[in-house]
Design a protein around this ligand. Structure first.
Ligand code: ADP
Ligand code: MG
Length: 918
């Protein structure tokens, strides 16, 4: 909100600026555009703001002795300026000028906001959301107190989509955030209870780009919302879509409706249908998982290389929008998935028909968006023609499906069967019969209608054209009459119609010619007859423009009245486009139709990563998870392909629940209720959040949310802390998931200690990504095999790198002892009492060597991890090398109090370099 300080003093202003400032006071919009004749003007602070944001020139307006900044745009050009401001997050009020008996009056007619902007340039959906918390009406918490319910409503005024849900379970708050992330709204209206909840609002700010708007608290009141929802959708709707009694959902829905109505952008009527969805309709995908799996955006931020980008072969923007939604919100309903699969399968087989379908759909316009434009009164004649032409294509599409055997017996038929084809054909004909083929882009200048559309218009047009014709043929007649050769009739703004005669012939003009202007080479004249005709033409022209505009508005209203039909057709065509896109991708990439099952299995033969396979010679891999084998510990050297293998499992599952084919030779996918991942920490680091804290928050979320029907992917969990901590957490989490949650899980880890769990817990198994280390080189085979990886891999690398034989042998030896006994003979070490050798135990936690003792129970777990925090790793080993010893010596002898800080820093850097082996 802009500050009001400067405004207080200015309310003194009178005249036009005073009116502006008074209107501005009455709205909570950020910017006001006020109509002044042929312009919309911004004054004072607002002028400065739009000048800054949109490169408008500011001038000074004097008003009663004071001077105010002023900026303006022509009436017809307001829309792009408003859109640009709104896209930058401002809410823009527009005040229009109405003629009244005594002059004119101005009032705010609409407030355009990020969630209600109709002229969007973005292809993806644009949601306005409301979120409400009902305290104490949700499921009981574990401590016995009553939990909260959350109600969510999402409206896309550009397409008329409207979704509501209510969350009542113990995780309702977290799920509400996830839903907000999934819909990625442009604007969020938090309910009264949430306005003081900074934690909640902060999360919304962090996870979405939405503007937060405080809509009046009364609009969230239960009775009022209920009334509004019933009034808009019909009194039976709450019951029939199953939200009756769900107060939080109803309050959110009511608030959204009231906001759309109040902003006055005229799109409310495009919201034709209330769609309620339940918590169990979609696969649970939290924000982290969506990001990690790069569904619509890559970790780097762009959309190139995302799953959607890879999969998208749609030919219409509505089709692309739907496909994106399918990917973001995979389904759990086997019936729906099977229908999509059957359609995709049919389309993969009917190659010719598929291509023909895509060609037929190619010229299809976005009917959902056009319906909203018609409803709000912003559609022009070209928009209506687009509606007509698109509706007319439906028959071609339906014919194609009907006459292609394979498609005719698929559920594609049902997609089309939902539509009233006769109504569609009638409306298409009506529009086509009415409007000329290429109407002008403005609707106030006539030239819109075909002859025969309206008798009165035809009569008017005929007289208009007759009058024009008389003028057009006037030169011929005059030339003949006067014998003048250089004679023409033209029209301009100042002179109206005139006769122009070349200088050399002006002496021949008849007496009735009345000179009106002298130019360098010619003279302009008028004659009474021409003046009379001119008046007639102007009169007819104006009447024609008015009449055409009126007729156009009628036509637009008739189209708007069929908004629901347009939406139905638009959605059906979008569905065909999305399905054809999935089929196209499946065929081009040799994907296979997965078997969907209700069992807890994931059995993939020859699986590939859908995105990586596009750019790499991909080595396919098998994967088997089932009741007896629920949890895989994935080991293997760095860069061998662990992360890819696990993401591949998640993406194949997700694709199966989109209804798509999958990148595999064959696949059997047990449907999951959620996919949870914790992959890598790089992005979090870049955001400056504590890596380990975030890692643990995400782990905590997974452990709370996952069920036995979920798929869990853990990649290097525990890496962000000291080795002992890390192993302990990874170990305990594995036990908990395997024993308590029993979710299907893949866990890639560099803690080879965990492979012991694979050998001891029946449902946990080890697999590793193989690498070939022969011939002095490491070759990544990218093949996943059963069993844990070779543990001395690091030592092997040291060997390959040419570290002298004795050192390599000795490190193997030390490593084995570390793992098995923990006590190592210090070679060459001698005690003063004459004993031959010394034994030490290396404590990984403290990094200290303890002389002599046998291992304590706490030290049963050894590690070969490569953590920096603990100086133990495969290749370095605990038998301290000379460098390390030198560093430790120096550290021991350094007098901290006597050394300047800068020198201390330099010292530490030097040690680090030494320890890194540089
Ligand atoms: P890790 O997690 O084990 O460090 P990644 O999964 O990040 O390894 O993979 C390392 C590289 O290997 C990536 O560039 C990836 O594209 C490639 N890769 C992984 N799996 C395969 C495969 N099956 N076929 C071909 N290339 C692969
Ligand atoms: Mg990895």
């Amino acid at each position: 909100m802009p500050s009001t300080h400067t405004r207080v003093g200015m309310t003194e202003a009178t005249g036009i600026v005073g009116e502006f400032l008074a209107l501005k006071e009455s709205t909570d919009a950020d910017v006001l555009a006020m109509q002044c004749g042929d312009f919309y003007e911004f004054f004072a602070d607002d002028a400065e703001l739009v000048a800054d944001e949109l490169d408008l020139t500011v001038s000074q307006k004097s008003s009663h002795g004071s001077s105010y900044p002023m900026a303006g745009v022509p009436l017809t050009e307001l829309t792009p300026y408003v859109s640009a401001l709104v896209e930058r997050g401002y809410r823009v009020a527009v005040a229009d000028q109405q003629e009244t008996e005594d002059g004119h009056a101005r009032e705010i007619t609409r407030v355009v906001t990020p969630g209600t902007l109709l002229e969007t340039t973005d292809d993806s959906a644009q949601y306005l959301a409301a979120v409400v918390r009902e305290e104490g009406s949700g499921a009981r918490r574990s401590d016995g107190t009553a939990g909260d319910s959350y109600g969510l409503a999402f409206a896309d005024v550009t397409t008329g989509q409207f979704h509501v849900t209510q969350l009542d379970d113990a995780d309702a708050a977290a799920t509400a955030q996830t839903e907000l992330y999934k819909f990625d709204p442009a604007e969020v209206l938090p309910g009264p209870e949430l306005r003081a909840d900074d934690a909640f609002l902060d999360q919304v700010r962090e996870r979405t780009d939405a503007s937060l708007t405080l809509h009046s608290a009364e609009s969230f009141a239960p009775a009022r919302s209920r009334h509004r929802v019933r009034e808009h959708f019909g009194s039976e709707t709450l019951e029939s879509v199953g939200v009756e009694g769900k107060d939080a959902a109803i309050r959110a829905a009511g608030a959204v409706l009231s906001y759309v109505e109040e902003t006055g952008v005229g799109t409310l009527a495009s919201v034709t249908r209330l769609q309620a969805y339940g918590a169990t309709d979609h696969v649970d995908l939290d924000a982290t998982t969506q990001r990690n799996l790069e569904l619509t955006e890559t970790m780097q931020g762009g959309s190139d290389g995302s799953l959607f980008d890879t999969l998208d072969h749609t030919v219409t923007s509505a089709g692309a929008r739907l496909l994106r939604q399918w990917i973001q919100r995979p389904r759990r309903d086997r019936g729906e998935l099977t229908r999509r699969q059957q359609s995709v399968a049919a389309l993969t087989e009917a190659a010719m028909a598929r291509e023909e379908l895509r060609e037929t759909l190619d010229p299809v316009y976005d009917l959902e968006r056009l319906a909203s434009k018609a409803v709000s009164g912003s559609a022009d004649a070209r928009d209506l023609r687009s509606v007509g032409e698109t509706l007319a294509l439906l028959d071609a599409v339906a014919d194609l499906v009907d006459r292609t055997g394979r498609l005719a017996e698929s559920p594609l038929v049902d997609v089309l069967a939902r539509i009233d084809r006769e109504a569609v054909a009638a409306l298409a004909t009506e529009v086509d019969d009415a409007l000329v083929e290429e109407p002008p882009g403005t609707v106030t200048q006539g030239g819109l209608f075909r002859t025969g559309h309206d008798d009165d218009l035809d009569v008017l047009v005929e007289s208009h054209e007759e009058a024009l014709e008389w003028i057009e043929t006037l030169p011929e007649r005059e030339k003949e009459k006067t014998g003048i050769t250089h004679l023409s009739v033209d029209r301009n703004k100042t002179d109206g119609y005139y006769i122009q005669v070349g200088k050399s012939e002006t002496d021949q003009v008849p007496a009735e010619y009345d000179a009106i202007k002298t130019l360098k080479n010619s003279e302009r004249y008028t004659i009474p007859e021409l003046q009379e005709r001119e008046r007639e033409v102007l009169r007819l022209e104006e009447r024609r423009h008015d009449m055409e505009y009126e007729l156009f508005e009628e036509l637009r209203e008739r189209v708007a009245a069929r908004a629901e039909l347009l939406q139905d057709v638009g959605r059906a065509l979008a569905e065909l486009d999305a399905l054809a896109s999935l089929a196209t991708h499946a065929v081009r990439n040799d994907w296979t139709r997965p078997d969907l099952s209700d069992g807890r299995e994931l059995d993939v033969q020859g699986g590939r990563h859908p995105v990586v396979e596009q750019t790499t010679e991909f080595v396919p891999n098998d994967l088997r998870l089932d009741e007896e084998r629920q949890f895989l510990i994935v080991t293997g050297p760095n860069m061998s392909g662990k992360s890819t293998y696990m993401r591949q499992a998640a993406l194949i599952t997700l694709l199966a629940q989109v209804g798509s084919f999958v990148p595999a030779r064959s696949a059997r996918v047990g449907l999951v209720d959620g996919i949870y991942t914790r992959v890598g920490a790089l992005d979090e680091l870049a955001q400056g959040r504590s890596t380990f804290m975030v890692e643990m928050q995400e782990l905590s979320n997974i452990l709370h949310s996952a069920t036995e029907d979920s798929l869990v992917i853990l990649d290097e969990v525990g890496r962000g802390t000291a080795t002992y901590d890390g192993i302990s957490i990874a170990w305990a989490a594995t036990e908990y998931i395997a024993n308590q949650i029993q979710a299907k899980t893949l866990f890639a880890t560099h803690y080879h200690e965990l492979t012991a769990l694979g050998e001891n817990i029946p449902t946990v198994a080890n697999v590793h990504v193989a690498a070939d280390e022969s011939d002095g080189e490491v070759t990544f085979l990218r093949t996943v095999r059963d069993g844990p990886t070779n543990r001395s891999y690091g030592v092997h690398v040291a060997d390959l790198a040419g570290v002298p034989e004795p050192v390599v042998d000795r490190s193997r030896d030390v490593l084995d002892r570390l793992r098995e006994e923990k006590a190592i003979e210090v070679q060459g070490g001698e005690r003063t009492n004459g004993e031959e050798s010394t034994q030490v135990v290396f404590d990984l936690g403290s990094g200290e060597l303890n002389a002599g003792e046998t291992s304590t129970s706490e030290q049963q777990i050894a590690t070969d991890g490569s953590q920096k925090e603990a100086p133990a790793s495969d290749s370095a080993g605990p038998s301290l090398d000379p460098e390390t010893e030198a560093v430790l010596d120096e550290l021991d002898n350094l007098d901290v109090n006597e050394t300047p800080p800068v020198e201390l820093m330099a010292k530490v850097q030097e040690w680090q370099a030494e320890l890194d082996g540089e």
